[in-house]
Ligand binder design. Structure first.
Ligand SMILES: C[S@@+](CC[C@H](N)C(=O)[O-])C[C@H]1O[C@@H](n2cnc3c(N)ncnc32)[C@H](O)[C@@H]1O
Length: 265
């Protein structure tokens, strides 16, 4: 709770692991370790020891917001789904922390928060769903204070094609590669996936300064589950492998997700 370096939450397995045990917990740790490490470093960089003002745009049920609140920060989740907000409330209560939940969308951010007010804004797995990603990111940048940061997590279109082919849907994988929205077809439930270049372009056009993009879930989603089942040490090795792969210039290309931290100057 008081350790704002993020160490406690990392030890607890990172985002959204409460109630998760055994192999599922190991798999979750391998999938979240890279993002949580980056956030831990970011929190240390942004905080002078005082709690940070954090907005989680499209924060869902609080998988990131609650661990951040557990570290002592003031977190507001802006989320359109009432069901998710109710689940967030339950999750926060179970963890004994306060997280403010507000029903709204990224387009509402300017009316919900003063301009230049948030130390950190999370936009995790949300740009895939908004009507206009560029407008959404501009709204996010508008409430971020100068010197503050935006944490962006998006679904990688290239990995989407890989996973579709691995599932046996080869023609859909090919369709995805040439689709401007990174979708494998009309029935694809995901409205959009982004390439690394599309993410960088969005960051640059929003006026934020992008740092390097890191790859998340390079191995965890393609290795068979039995690779770490019942073997805590193998699971820890997988976490370390994910951390090593996150900055690998070639492996980033096949990461399931892309994570970027961008700053407002
Ligand atoms: C895949 S979930 C991600 C939830 C959470 N950020 C996470 O990483 O676990 C996508 C979330 O975006 C929300 N969302 C969809 N459209 C949105 C919009 N225009 N503005 C803000 N959030 C939106 C959804 O309700 C949903 O909670």
């Amino acid at each position: 709770m008081t350790d704002r370096s993020g160490t406690s939450a990392t030890a607890a397995g990172g985002f959204g692991t409460s109630g998760v045990t055994g192999p599922a917990r190991v798999a979750n740790a391998a999938r979240t370790a890279v993002v949580w490490d980056a956030l831990s470093q970011l929190l240390a960089r942004l905080s002078d020891g005082e709690p940070l003002e954090i907005v989680d745009a499209g924060g869902g049920t609080g998988g990131a917001a609650v661990p951040l609140a557990e570290l002592g920060h003031r977190v507001t989740v802006v989320e359109p789904s009432p069901d998710s907000l109710a689940a967030l409330e339950r999750r926060a209560a179970e963890s004994g922390v306060a997280v403010r939940g507000v029903q709204g969308e990224t387009r509402d951010l300017a009316s919900l928060f003063p301009a230049d007010s948030a130390d950190l804004v999370l936009v995790h797995n949300v740009l895939e769903y908004v009507d206009e990603p560029a407008a959404a990111l501009a709204d996010v940048a508008g409430i971020t204070r100068p010197g503050g940061a935006v944490s962006l997590l998006v679904t990688n279109a290239v990995a989407g094609a890989l996973h579709r082919a691995l599932a046996g849907h080869v023609t859909e994988a090919q369709h995805l590669l040439s689709d401007p929205d990174g979708r494998w077809g009309e029935a694809d439930p995901m409205p959009r996936r982004l390439t690394r270049q599309q993410l960088l372009d969005l960051i640059n056009h929003s006026g934020l300064t992008g740092e390097s993009v890191r790859g998340v879930r390079v191995f965890a989603d393609v290795l068979p589950g039995h690779a770490w089942e019942g073997d805590a040490q193998a699971g820890q090795h997988l976490v370390e492998l994910e951390k090593a792969a996150a900055d690998h210039p070639e492996l980033i290309g096949i990461a399931t997700q892309l994570h970027a931290v961008a700053f407002k100057s």
